[in-house]
Design a protein around this ligand. Structure first.
Ligand code: PHE
Length: 415
């Protein structure tokens, strides 16, 4: 890797000497793109690089940097290098507005990549919309984010989809009675709880307990006792990794041994660190797995660069940058409005998280993945096609997952 980079650099300097036109080029005439170029195309990136969700920001930036490095090694976009301007939201909703204003007004970025969490994207989206600058969120799944307006796109599927995947999964392992535990003040958690409930009930399931927590809570014993008293077969816990791991540990101590089902916000190495053994026999919906069906060469390139396989947010953010680059190329000019128009008609883009086409609400239609927690690790279980929950009325029998995808010991555990 290092040798290659040195070689590219040397060829770039040689090209500059001989081309005489002031722009470094390789002997083959391809411009070598260095982000310090004053003509670089500026792409704003904002994410939780520190604070309680720092794990999300760090995964995302790695994916973004790999994409930018590949684009620039390939000569950049429209003969210019791509430059990432990185700003930290510190995992704080109350600081997100200022961070976005800086990217828009001071850094004058052509587009925004971010945020990861729904609540912060809901603050950022109206600002991008008002300014006429496209915002592409890699991970915010709540419907209202893209519903803000025609400048807002997402790379991930929506919460209706992932709630449907988990409701369907619960029914596929013969669960009839479920409990839900969520944070009603968080739009991500509350939206998922509501959607899961509607799907699970309309599939013939019953919600036997509905309990609440608040961001920052440390003791969940009252809620867990109430849940245990109702004998559910699973607990649905739509939350972020910090709370989820803590809640599941306490649930196991309370004697709640049944599977806990969750959503993409669980996805962090921290979840495994804090959850330990307690999180075995749990399942959640995710966006990408290195063991899944897509993105094999991305997995190889990422692993070579960072020494670990890519987590889902790295894959989603890699796709976000690559799709923006593709939009810029098709727009033919590095300006926000033509870029928005080009992005809106994106069709069958070969993303590492799956093929991406935007619908009229700027959401991609794409499959989801179910991850199983086993031996203290995330294990790929199955890929669920987008059609499962997209069809308004499913025909009898068409939604059954393949028999081999259903784990034998998942439900109906003795208590
Ligand atoms: N979907 C989460 C949200 O909307 C963010 C997230 C995406 C977290 C992917 C982890 C992985 O808040």
């Amino acid at each position: 890797m290092k040798i290659n980079r040195v070689l590219v650099g040397t060829l770039g300097v040689a090209g500059l000497i001989f081309s005489g036109c002031g722009r470094p080029t390789t002997p083959a005439g391809v411009p070598t793109a260095t982000p310090d170029d004053p003509n670089a195309i500026r792409l704003g990136f904002f994410a939780p690089m520190s604070g309680v969700q720092a794990s999300f920001g760090n995964d995302a930036i790695n994916g973004a940097r790999l994409a930018v490095a590949e684009i620039n090694a390939d000569g950049g976009i429209l003969e210019h290098p791509l430059k990432l301007i990185v700003r930290d939201t510190r995992s704080r909703a109350d600081e997100t507005g200022e961070v976005v204003r800086q990217l828009l007004d001071d850094d004058k970025v052509v587009a925004l990549i971010g945020e990861i969490a729904t609540d912060r994207s809901l603050i950022a989206a109206p600002l991008a919309q008002e300014k006429g600058v496209p915002m592409i969120t890699p991970g915010s799944t709540n419907e209202n984010v893209t519903a803000t307006g025609d400048q807002i796109f997402r790379i991930c599927y929506t919460d209706s989809f992932q709630a449907g995947v988990m409701a369907e999964f619960a029914r596929s392992i013969n669960v009839e009675k479920a409990a839900i535990l969520y944070d009603p003040s968080d739009p991500y958690s509350a939206g998922l709880a509501e959607k899961f409930k509607a799907d699970f009930v309309s599939n013939g399931g019953q919600i036997v307990a509905e309990e609440f927590y608040q961001k920052g809570d440390r003791d969940f014993s009252t809620q867990l006792d109430a849940i245990k008293g109702q004998n559910p077969e699973i607990v649905f816990l739509p939350s972020y990794y910090n709370e989820a791991a803590l809640i599941i540990r306490q649930a196991r101590e309370t004697g709640i041994d049944m599977p806990v089902l969750g959503t993409d916000g669980w996805d962090s190495p921290e979840f495994l660190k804090v959850g330990g053994e307690a999180v075995n026999n749990c399942y959640f919906s995710s966006h990408f797995s290195p063991d899944g069906q897509t993105g094999k060469s991305f997995v190889a390139a990422y692993t070579a660069k960072y020494g670990t396989p890519p987590p889902p947010l790295a894959a989603l953010t890699y796709d976000a940058v690559k799709i923006t680059a593709d939009g810029l190329r098709r727009a033919g000019v590095a300006e926000s409005i033509p870029l928005r128009d080009a992005l809106a008609v994106t069709k069958d883009f070969a993303g590492v998280t799956g093929p991406i086409s935007f619908d009229q609400d700027r959401n991609p239609t794409k499959p989801g993945i179910v991850i199983r927690l086993q031996d203290g690790k995330f294990t790929y279980l199955e890929t669920v096609d987008a059609k499962v929950t997209e069809a308004p009325v499913a025909e009898e029998g068409t939604n059954d997952p393949p028999a081999e995808a259903v784990p034998e010991n998942a439900a109906k555990q003795p208590q």
